[in-house]
Design a protein around this ligand. Sequence first.
Ligand code: NAD
Length: 281
Amino acid sequence: MTLSPTLTFNDGNTIPQLGYGVWQVEDDVAEKVVRQAFEAGFRHIDTAKIYGNEAGVGRAIASSGLSPEQIFITTKLWNADQGYESTLAAFEESMDRLGLETLDLYLIHWMQPKQDKYVDTWKALIELQKRGRVKSIGVSNFTIEGLQRLIDETGVVPAIHQIELHPYFSQRELRGFGAANGILTQAWSPLGQGGELLQDPAVASIAAKHQATPAQVVIAWHLAIGNVVIPKSVTESRIRENFAALEVALDAEDVEAINALDKTASGEGRIGPDPAVSDFA
Ligand code: NAD
C-alpha cells in the first residue's frame, strides 16, 4: 500500500506529511472513522483533548493491528490546562484516554496571550520530551512574537506549528518564519472547512485538468508547498479520496494559480479565531 511521504523535524524525528484530523467527530464515530482512515492508508491522526474523542481514537488504534512504530499520533494540551504542573497532569490524562505509552507529538493548542502561561507550558512539554513520554513537541495557533519568545526563553525550537492554512489564507509570513527557524508548518482547516474554496473556479479548472477532485487539488497544493496537512471527513469515500490526493502531481503553474487565491493580507480569508487576540476557556 502507498503511504504518505514523511518530513523531518528539527529533532530528527519524522512525521507523515498527510494525516487525518478528527475535530467535531463524536467519540464513538471517531473509533469508526479512524479505522477507515487507517484502512485508506492514513497513518497520522490529529486529535486534541478538547475534541472529546481521544478515547475513540485510542480504541481505533488498539483494534487496528498496527504497531506504535507504524502510526503517528498527535494530541493537544487544552487552554484551561496551561501552566507547568497542570500540563504534566493533563498529558497523563490524555495518554490514559489514548491508551498509549509514548506520544508522537504534543502541541500547545492555543497561545492564549492574555493568559500568558505559554512559556511555562512549553517548559513542561520540554520536560515530557526529556522523560521520553513524547517524541516531538510543538505548538498551534501562535504568533511570530510568541514563537520567538519560546525560543529566546528556553532555547528549544518547536518542531512544528499547526495553524489555519488553506489557499484563501495561506499565511506566507508565518510559513516563512517557520522555514527560517526549522519549524515545520502544519495546516488546519486545509480544505477551508469544505466551503466556498472547493467551488472556486481556479481550483475546479485544475481539478478537471488532472482528472482529480477539488479537495484532492487543494491537498496536493499543501503537499507541494511543504505543509503537513490533516484534512477531515467522516465519509468513507471522501477519506479514501483525500488520501488518494498523494497521486495528484500539480505543475508549477497550478501551484502558482492556487497561490494567487490568497486573501491573507486583507484578513478576509481567515475562518477561525486570530491567535494574537483569541482568549477562550
Ligand atoms: P477541513 O478543511 O479539513 O474541512 C473538513 C470538511 O470539508 C468536512 O467536514 C467536509 O465537509 C469537507 N470535505 C472533506 N473532504 C472532502 C472531499 N473530499 N470533498 C468535498 N468535501 C470534503 O476542516 P477542519 O476539520 O476544520 O480541519 C482539519 C483538521 O485540522 C481538524 O479535524 C483538526 O484535526 C485540525 N484543526 C485544528 C485546529 C487547531 O486549532 N489546531 C483548528 C481546526 C482544525
